[in-house]
Write a protein that binds this ligand. Structure first.
Ligand SMILES: [Zn+2]
Ligand SMILES: [Zn+2]
Length: 128
């Protein structure tokens, strides 16, 4: 029972995050709610939740730490190669690409693991 309560808390913490936190960041937030929780527990449960398909694990390039995504609906990620922030973006235009792919190859697209890399607005502003 204790295990599932911890898992609920970790899932809740991640879902309430608009950013894509690392395990350490989730740990810090979860610890405020449950002082007894350990970093190992957070890691274990994050792995379990991603295996269950409840959350997404993002091995983002240009950033060594693994980040987690509480959204499991379809969306794409904009990864800033300067500061490492990951921004969610809904790209409706992909339904268009899916159709073209299906027409040309007969392949039915069910998932998009699309990551767009570049420089975020804030980093662009600093460079100018
Ligand atoms: Zn940036
Ligand atoms: Zn996301």
């Amino acid at each position: 029972m204790k295990f599932s309560r911890q898992r609920e808390l970790i899932l809740e913490t991640l879902r309430n995050c608009s950013v894509h936190p690392t395990a350490e960041e989730i740990y810090v937030k979860a610890k405020r709610e449950m002082a007894s929780i350990s970093l190992g527990t957070v890691y274990r449960n994050l792995n379990l939740l991603s295996e269950m398909g409840k959350i997404r694990k993002l091995e983002s390039a240009g950033n060594t730490s693994v980040r987690y995504d509480g959204r499991n609906d379809e969306h794409c990620h904009l990864v800033c190669t300067s500061c490492g922030t990951i921004t969610d973006v809904d790209l409706k235009m992909f339904s268009h690409i899916d159709k073209t792919v299906e027409q040309e190859t007969g392949f039915s697209v069910s998932e998009h693991g699309i990551v767009l890399k570049g420089t975020c607005a804030e980093c662009s502003a600093i460079k100018d």
